[in-house]
Design a protein around this ligand. Sequence first.
Ligand code: ZN
Length: 410
Amino acid sequence: MSVSFHIEKTAGKARLGRLVTPHGEIETPVFMPVGTVATVKGVPQETLEELGAGIILGNTYHLYLRPGVATVRKMGGLHRFMSWPRAILTDSGGFQVFSLNELRKVKEEGVTFRSHLDGSSHFFSPESAMEAQIGLGADIIMAFDECTEYPAEPSRVRASMELTARWAARSKKYFEDHKHEVPWACVGADAFVRPAGQSPACASGDPSLRDLEAQSLGSGLRPSGRTSASAPTQALFGIVQGGMDRELRKESAERTVEIGFPGYAIGGLSVGEARELTREMVESTVEHLPADKPRYVMGVGTPEEIVEYARLGVDMMDCVLPTRAARHGLLFTSEGKISIKQVRYAQDAGPLDPNCSCRVCQRYSRAYLRHLYASNEVLAQVLNTIHNLSFYLQTMRTVRAKLGAESTPK
Ligand SMILES: [Zn+2]
């Protein structure tokens, strides 16, 4: 098994579903915290579990540069390396390479880019990006795409969209030929019920992964795939591009669906366009994606936006906003945004968000959080990030509860 998606209820365009991965089930719509280099900055894995994160992101570009795919593979894949028994999704590296601007060169074959760490030269193709993501071993991996810059000439947007379509076909071909090479293919979810060493493809089984999955069970998440006879594999999602052009988005969606993937992402958004345009692209693109497959909008958005996109029928979202903003003292609360650095909070004994049940709001005052931030203490980043993530995850729980209340069984 790889990944399966089950829509349980619908409410308007929105869907309540279950995403079943080799490392656990996830209720959708879901927000996925970003853990760029195998860590959600400042937050230990046990705290992410406590917050209820069922799936987190890793960045292929960053992990490829440091610690390197070979190291992660040798450590048994990302799950074991970072001691995270729940699901992981990696992006293909396309967006990060796109962000390098002056440091990249795009050709039909792939992209040559310079490392932001040491300036060394590297090359990503659809094939090498798949090889890297298979080595990292996330549950869901992404096709290698070109994120079109904004603004861009119509001819440029079309050419870029077509390149992404050709790269999607190459990504799928490489993945289908090599998906059995995932580090946990021979242990995966089956190791949870099978004694170590019993799998013919495995020399010694994977006791540490079993322990992690047992912990996951204890925390209320069900491991999946226990009845699957075949070895678990990753799932490769396609990515729709097409800039800010509804017609090109439609064509990109149709071409990507024609290649055929178990899930579809809408990429190339949040690249500097107005938020209303982002929404328009999401809404118009979703219409051209299969109703029975998960839909993932990459790199969005504010708490209000993720609620809105869920209403439009989006099932998965990720964004650096809650974690990055937290590190800059910007906190999302049920009463609006708070900049904790402001002097008005210096003697405020109240909780950050009186309606938040996270461990930060239950324990610390605004005055203390403001002091930590003003003193540039590491704990400020930790506590701020925990609250913002809690707020985002709680926002999606509320969305799911509301959808459940107003939905009709599928
Ligand atoms: Zn809180």
